[in-house]
Design a protein around this ligand. Sequence first.
Ligand code: ACM
Length: 546
Amino acid sequence: MDLIPAPSHVSGHGDDFFVLGPETRLAAGEGTELTERWLRSTLGAATGFPLAPGSVDNAIWLSVDPAVTEELGEEGYRLTILRETVDLVGGGPAGLFWGAQTLRQLLGPDAYRRAPLPGREWRLPVTRIEDSPRFAWRGLMLDVARHFMPKDGVLRYLDLLAAHKLNVFHFHLTDDQGWRIEIKRHPRLTEIGSWRARTKIGHRASPLWEEKPHGGYYTQDDIREIVAYAAERHITVVPEIDIPGHSQAAIAAYPELGNSDVIDTASLSVWDTWGISANVLAPTDTTLRFYEGVFEEVLDLFPSTFVHVGGDECLKGQWKRSPVAQARIKELGLADEEDLQSWFIRHFDNWLAARGRRLIGWDEILEGGLAPGAAVSSWRGYQGGITAARAGHDVVMCPEQQVYLDHRQHGGDDEPMPIGYVRTLEDVYRFDPVPPQLGPDEARHVLGAQANVWTEVMENHARVDYQTFPRLAAFAEAVWSRLPAPAERDFADFERRMTDHYRRLDALGVGYRPATGPLPWQRRPVPEGMAPGSLGRPIEGAPPNV
Ligand code: ACM
């Protein structure tokens, strides 16, 4: 019974089975509708069985029970499989749904197919499982700005998150290289900002370009569909509109948003290379009003309490040279450009709080002090998260040293796109969202963690799959299961359990990186300075990012 992520308690598995067949019914109680629908459509497709409603002995019983809520929380579940019947009880609708994911894993890899294969017998081992997640925020961030992922791919990723009991989809919708969400009052954001004429191939230092237009965006109806599809899977979509840096696509669409007193913003286009653009938003009232309009539409589309405003890597060169920015610094009595960035973020912190939402941003936003409800995505290691938690802010840990999945999985220089540092499957498996420096009261501010997938060198969904899997499976266990301290984790056991999990990923059609070690042609001596699996050790000459 090789479950991933590993459940908290399993008891009494013998060699007896419940057999799922054409007569098996789904007996669904109140509050179970989403899971009922999901099981009928998913297992129905894989098995060809109707899973018709009804309460007979040969049934899967679904219910939500306050006693389980009390014991295991809203996201916990208890799954009891007997010879005659299956009883799945959730602490809440979400817990029930995570229990259904366990049920599907127990049925075997073919339960992940979309049509039945001939001659299959569907058996569930007699057992009792009690399970609940360690963290409430178990996320994946997907960058759809650097390379657009058409809607179908996003829906597929939501299915993949659900299969791993992950419940937050952080949707990085805007960046220098593209604006991906329709904003009705500012149509040029997508008319102009969603396409670029060409794209740098590989590192920013690479001399090569792909001379092919790249782009695309989600209409507001696409977004509504994505948010609803996620909600049916108990996944919250957290939108990110990145300000005041990473904004060149927006400035290309609306030049008045840029620092037009120091550069000719009207001549800017959507950026076609990688790195951090110097073209940042102007700290003017025009910009604030424009983005308030953007966020108004964003709030209408996304019910998430948290709204991500980016806040990372805002270069200050233009503000230093801009008379308008300097006048603003003076007028507001600010010390410098760093303070100006804080003022910018605090404006939207207050604006969101006044509308009952909470701001979350990359850890740079800590630099100028935050409103009490604001939260931090700690990406430059753990330090931002530690500082934030000590100051009483909630934190989502996503240190690039362990859970940036754009970084390579092996030290071979022919690893497809050898960018960044080596972050192996084992590095991810040994990731712990709570660093030892935090005491219990501080650790309560760690809401959880997320893996981040930046797509500069992932031009299509096959490349995203390759970078994301199998490491997302290790990440899922690190945030769901109550694992021992990192050094004591049984990685060999995890790898053994992955044998079954690769078969599930195969059935789902995931283009994961094969196995955990070198690819066949990488099985040769590893050069000095390229130690595979050495956590966070730089590869000679490799930049930390593209
Ligand atoms: C980031 O990786 N710039 C948040």
